[in-house]
Design a protein around this ligand. Sequence first.
Ligand SMILES: Cc1ncc(COP(=O)(O)O)c(C=O)c1O
Length: 469
Amino acid sequence: VQGVGPSDGDPVGAVAPAGGARQYRTDDQLPEVAALTTDNETSLDAALSRARAAFVADHPASRQAHEWAQRSMPGGTTRSTLYYSPFPLVMQRGTRCRLTDIDGHERVDLLGEYTAGIYGHDNPVIRAAIDAALDDGWNFGAHSLTEAKLAAVLCERFPSLELVRFTNSGTEANMLALATALLVTGRSTVLVVDGGYHGSVLSFAGGGTPLNLPHRFVVTTYNDADQARSLVRAHGADLAAVLVEPMLGSRGCVPAEPGFLAALREAATGAGALLIFDEVMTSRMSSGGLQLRQGIIPDMTTLGKYVGGGMSFGAFGGSRDVMSVFDPRQPGSVPGAGTFNNNVLSMAAGYAGLSQVFTPDAATALFERGERLRHELEQRCAGEGVAMCWTGLGSLMNVHFQREPIRCATDIAPETERRELFHLEMLENGFYLGRRGFIALSLEIGEKETSGFVDAVTEFACRHRSVLT
Ligand SMILES: Cc1ncc(COP(=O)(O)O)c(C=O)c1O
């Protein structure tokens, strides 16, 4: 291919990390909160212009890399979630809970790879498991011992899992869980939730996306048990599945009220439909997911993210009855193929992570650390008297710029510009998080990092009080 590569201006090769760039973080020291401005800025526009200009000035290499990437990927990205304006940062390396971008800025990583990075960036146990797997070679086109060990740990921990199958992503896990539910029930309608996200072709925020799978979806409001019950009644005879996240993850970390999940459980059973919990994000809420913590057990569960130890991963499973449709020994079984379903890196990293690092005790400790952080953030924001609140559960949380309570997707004020300002200023202060204000703590995040973040958020609230009320 002509005109591509380092000779054509590969910015990664051409631009050395800026030696003189501001160092936001050092390994052993939290920085001062950057002196962004001393005035209490009275206009959101003015504050945003300043923050954008500072971001652009501080990240010439990321900007150049992004421009170069646009030549060969739409919008310069192969993963839309990672795009934000003015341009997304490009990272050079990750160490423990810190990320360094190609302009040389080091930050505390509070995003935790949108929950897939629970082990941080270079956990030695995961590294050793991957090294050992590589030592034995890869691409066997055969079983290894590790996949059954990983399956066994998952079935031991998650109450709904008697049998499990692996995939390469959470999206694929949900696609297959739905296909399985349609097959075993012989029905075709699926009840989902407004704001639910189950992958790039199963996204139900604001009416869904044109890429969604062509199933017959019926959409209910999150945490509205009456509406869900009446939709199940209306579609019951053809209802194959109810697919729900036990906490809306991508859509702002909105926890399900226990009554809502209980109502779904009862209604699905009554209609003869399968209740599927998408625990791709929430599986970290205990050793056995949010289902174990809340005591509501679905018929099927989907998993992904960190469960593969940071490698590509997805899984779906359920009762022996349901999952036996994939048993190749059974006459009429369906073929659940997938070249990389048991790839040795995901299996080895996943098993090592669950068996040695993300133990049940570690899961409890992480949940509690997250709860403490969210309560502290809530208190500080309330103390500053600003319209800022934090939703979430355990180690997953999201900021919102409003005072009104949030129980479903449409309760969330978009507040795009305030989210942008918050994001850019947190980046400037040395904290990496999602543009939508999303945080997923990794096991590497400690008290020093969380208290530094609480201070940065408090400063932000104080500095921008006039545009946050
Ligand atoms: C709840 C939930 N389900 C499914 C997915 C899709 O997983 P993947 O990105 O691995 O396809 C995600 C990803 O963010 C998710 O949050």
